[in-house]
Write a protein that binds this ligand. Structure first.
Ligand SMILES: Nc1ncnc2c1ncn2[C@@H]1O[C@H](COP(=O)(O)OP(=O)(O)OP(=O)(O)O)[C@@H](O)[C@H]1O
Ligand SMILES: [Mg+2]
Length: 245
């Protein structure tokens, strides 16, 4: 469903963050990307939907090319890709409902979204999604009044509202304690298994990588140094892809 061919990213500073990355992800896969700090994990996720513009190479979603797509086409393709971030990327003074609905509304003006003039169908859908994520009672709370785990549930809700085919999660649990991390990872696993959403998730903990990834991709200095099942890796090999802690 996702095909990445010979992807390279060289930043203006001259840093070669990605050097010739080729990956195919099939429907229903849960891919964990790991590698030391600076190995290119975030750059890779961001190049997939062109939050960072690749220097060269091609990315396809279901045989439609993301790289080189016009802005209208890009917007349409991005609809199928949900993003989840380490720092949640919520607008802190907005309500939970506004946060999960405002991003979705390319058709509704900013003024309308400020006044919470959302289509009724979207409002109902957002309530179902919040209910599923266990934060139905937080709908009208300000985002910055929530705990970290609740804020990340809002991040997941925002992604789910798009009915994504693919979720890109960049260190989604790095700011959370272990038990909250597990709850968030379990939700991602549920989207993957129950809804068939493919997931590509950057993680900084080897234990979580093994528990959740059906496939591990390890990066080192912008190149793939391992791509295969977690079960084929020894503990020592797995740990070698991480910064020593
Ligand atoms: N906007 C930028 N401009 C210039 N260089 C950048 C930029 N973003 C990242 N880099 C560089 O590109 C390389 C890869 O960075 P990236 O953030 O993708 O790594 P990462 O694996 O996500 O690291 P971390 O685990 O610390 O999040 C690093 O050398 C980084 O300094
Ligand atoms: Mg990163």
């Amino acid at each position: 469903m996702l095909k990445i061919e010979n992807l390279r990213k060289t930043y203006k500073t001259g840093v070669e963050a990605l050097r010739d990355i080729s990956i195919k992800v099939e429907e229903g896969e849960f891919v964990v990307v790991l590698g030391k700090s600076g190995s290119g994990k975030s750059t890779l996720l961001r190049c997939i939907n062109r939050l960072v513009e690749p220097t060269s190479g091609r990315v396809f979603l279901n045989d439609e090319e993301i790289t080189g797509a016009s802005s209208g086409k890009l917007r349409q393709l991005r609809q199928k890709i949900g993003m989840v971030f380490q720092q949640y990327n919520l607008v802190s003074r907005f309500s939970v409902q506004t946060n999960i609905l405002a991003g979705r509304l390319s058709t509704v003006s900013t003024a309308a979204s400020m006044l919470n003039l959302f289509p009724q169908a979207d409002v109902e859908k957002s309530q179902q999604v919040l209910d599923r994520l266990g934060i139905a009672d937080k709908e009208f709370d300000r985002a910055d009044k929530l705990s970290g785990g609740q804020q990340q549930r809002v991040g997941l809700a925002r992604a789910l509202m798009q009915d994504p085919q693919l979720i890109l999660a960049d260190e989604p649990v790095s700011s959370l304690d272990p038990s909250t991390s597990k709850q968030i990872m379990d939700l991602l696993a549920e989207f993957n298994q129950r809804d068939g959403v493919a997931v590509i998730c950057n993680l900084h903990l080897p234990s979580l990588a093994r528990e959740y990834g059906s496939r591990i991709i390890a990066l080192n200095e912008g190149q793939i140094v391992y791509d295969g099942p977690a079960t084929d890796l020894s503990e020592t090999e797995l740990n070698s892809f991480y910064d020593s802690q």
